[in-house]
Design a protein around this ligand. Sequence first.
Ligand SMILES: *Cc1c(COP(=O)(O)O)cnc(C)c1O
Length: 242
Amino acid sequence: MSDQQSRATPDQSQAVKDNIVASRHRLEQALVKSGRPVDSAAILAVSKTKPATMLRAAFEVGQRLFGENYLQEALEKQRSLTDLEGIEWHYIGALQSNKTREVAEHFSWVHTVDREKIARRLNEARPTSMGALNICLQVNISREDSKSGVMPEALPALAEQVLALPNLRLRGLMAIPAASNDPEQQHVPHARLRELFEELIRRHPDAPLDTLSMGMSGDMEAAIDEGATLVRLGTAIFGSRD
Ligand SMILES: *Cc1c(COP(=O)(O)O)cnc(C)c1O
């Protein structure tokens, strides 16, 4: 039986609830330390490989935003959680052309758009009855060959293309920086993404650009210090993934 089909034990569900509360506290402290309003960033609970019962536990203590990486796994969990009113699904996984239809039909947000072809397909597949699909453009901020994401110099052109698509709503930028345990080093890519975001806002003052999706369990404080509005926490909430 795959992990996402298995059930969480009562202890595991309680641990998720405790971790949500602790993560909120951690986020609040980071915001205060950075001189930011305590409501200026939110937590996206990254639940890949974790069973639906754990998401339900998180929902029970008020978590509403969930991020999933693997389409089929996400669709299964969505089917078993249809009773959770107000839950919001964010797709944060790699995006190939053959997945765009289902992503456009089953998610409120996509954080991983990095090329025009994918954007066009999402735009075409988005049911108008659902309203516009919220988009973050993924930037390859550490310029790693192995990572997806648009290169910083190609970002302005991609943003213009996405802004022209009526069924997409460009909300901001997302990045997965090269991992570092050094808090000083962790600031560098996050600061760079913030600069790109500010530049984008200057170019498009009328666009609804309000989201900087950056910071994970290991570098949330640096990301918040550089202006993150949505931190994507997996391990800190659901424990390690095997
Ligand atoms: C898995 C994942 C996360 C969460 O990472 P943690 O280090 O477990 O908090 C965040 N963002 C993306 C895109 C991921 O794939």
